[in-house]
Design a protein around this ligand. Structure first.
Ligand code: HEM
Length: 400
């Protein structure tokens, strides 16, 4: 009997519930962990929905992460990043061995010491956001007043970027993850960030301090390469963390029995965060990889040049890997979840992200134990038009 490979046109995006990936992804995974994905531009690529296969592809150096393999999988998207040249230092769009040089340098900067120094700052920033919210609310928009400023300020402090400019960065990174952004506006946003960080690098070389970019000026990276590294970190570190903070709070508020379990024993917070990152998987439209050569996977023949989209939300709900995967269970063992990716491109900011989630949640629920959503669920708009999943805003209230 000839096995038919399931085929889908465009990445399924319709969700029946904000806390669950599109049902269609689950149906595809039930049929096969690998299916055909026809991209809106007509390219016939592949979609990975199974956990084991997702790990295998992401760890396989026959698949490339270069720009030319990137194509938006939904037709609402107007921007075509793959025609954009890979600018110097845009390391996440490189493959080993070129890529490895950057990753080694970064590992030397994301040190335990630097992360430990940042933790008291995360606590201070979190508390000052809460002070401001309490002064002016209730109500408040938890995304705008809490979830966005914390990672924005932290990434600025990590890199050594003046914090007063964070609004300008937030605006540009928002443009870059918005699927409706035109190629021209996207290019403008990149140009702004490159120009800004480029000038900052010149300044850092002359006046180094204790931050990550100053640290990297001691490496053999050129100014252009350093600029690319700075921009990549800035863009990657803001929206993902902000949306995870806000969506995680929303998911907890909508699962009060799980939240109560957590609040009764905060020693489970670290584990709870892993489960939230697995269950919510804000990185919902990728990653993409391109086959550098012909590859056999699951008995299918992937031709050189074909694009494979690995769906992290689908892989993180694979029943073959996680028991009763759709249930949010803050006490489960989540080892091996793919919320931060896998393989060489696995998120280098994950320890910072975890610290931000842990510290911000602990302070939020301690200081506002009666926190609740201020509007019914159907009034909370989700970001179905953005490359990072989350809420567009999260109106919250609490007992004054
Ligand atoms: C909850 C928050 C976060 C989530 C869910 C997340 C998720 C991810 C995922 C899934 C990838 C892999 C992409 C791929 O395989 O192509 C990734 C890569 C990356 N992340 Fe994060 N991330 C978060 C926070 C951060 C932070 C705080 C930073 C910076 C300090 C950061 C910097 C990066 C960079 C630079 C890459 C590209 C790495 C590469 O290609 O080598 N991320 N992230």
């Amino acid at each position: 009997m000839v096995e038919i490979t399931p085929e889908t046109h465009g990445l399924p995006m319709a969700r029946s519930c904000p806390f669950h990936p599109p049902d269609e992804l689950g149906r595809l995974r039930d049929r096969a962990p690998l299916s055909r994905l026809v991209f809106p531009d007509g390219h016939r690529g592949w979609l990975v929905t199974g956990h084991a296969l997702a790990r295998a592809v992401l760890a396989d150096n026959r698949f490339s992460n270069r720009n030319e393999y990137r194509r938006w999988p939904v037709d609402r998207a107007r921007v075509t990043t793959r025609h954009m040249p890979t600018l110097p230092g845009m390391f996440s769009r490189l493959d080993p061995p070129e890529y490895t040089r950057y990753r080694r340098l970064l590992a030397g900067q994301f040190t335990v010491r630097r992360m430990a120094l940042l933790e008291p700052r995360i606590a201070e920033i979190t508390n000052s956001c809460l002070d401001a919210m309490i002064r002016t609310g209730p109500p408040a928009d938890l995304l705008r007043d809490f979830a966005l400023p914390i990672p924005a300020q932290m990434i600025c402090e990590l890199l050594g970027v003046p914090v007063q400019d964070r609004e300008a960065f937030l605006q540009r990174t928002h443009v870059l993850v918005d699927m409706k952004t035109s190629t021209v506006d996207s290019a403008r946003a990149w140009a702004y960030l490159y120009d800004y960080i480029g000038k900052l690098i010149v300044h850092k070389r002359a006046h180094p301090s204790d931050d990550l970019l100053s640290g990297l000026t001691e490496s053999d990276l050129t100014d252009e390469e350093l600029t690319g590294v700075g921009v990549t970190l800035l863009v990657a570190g803001m929206e993902s963390t902000a949306n995870m903070i806000a969506l995680g709070v929303y998911a907890l508020l909508e699962n009060p029995e799980q939240l109560t379990l957590l609040l009764n024993d905060m020693s489970g917070l670290e584990n709870a965060i892993e489960e939230l990152v697995r269950h919510q998987t804000v990185f919902h439209m990728g990653p993409f990889r391109g086959a550098l050569e012909d590859v056999e996977l699951e008995g299918r023949h992937i031709k050189r040049g074909e694009v494979v989209l690995v769906s992290l939300p689908a892989a993180n709900r694979d029943p073959q890997r996680f028991e009763d995967p759709d249930r949010m269970d803050l006490r489960r063992t989540t080892t091996g979840h793919l919320g931060f990716g896998h393989g060489v491109h696995q998120c280098p900011g994950q320890h910072l992200a975890r610290a931000e989630l842990r510290i911000s949640y602990a302070a939020l629920f301690r200081r506002l134990p009666t926190l609740r959503t201020a509007v019914p669920q159907e009034e909370i708009a989700m970001r179905d038009d953005m490359g990072v999943w989350g809420v567009k805003s999260l109106p919250v209230a609490w007992d004054g």
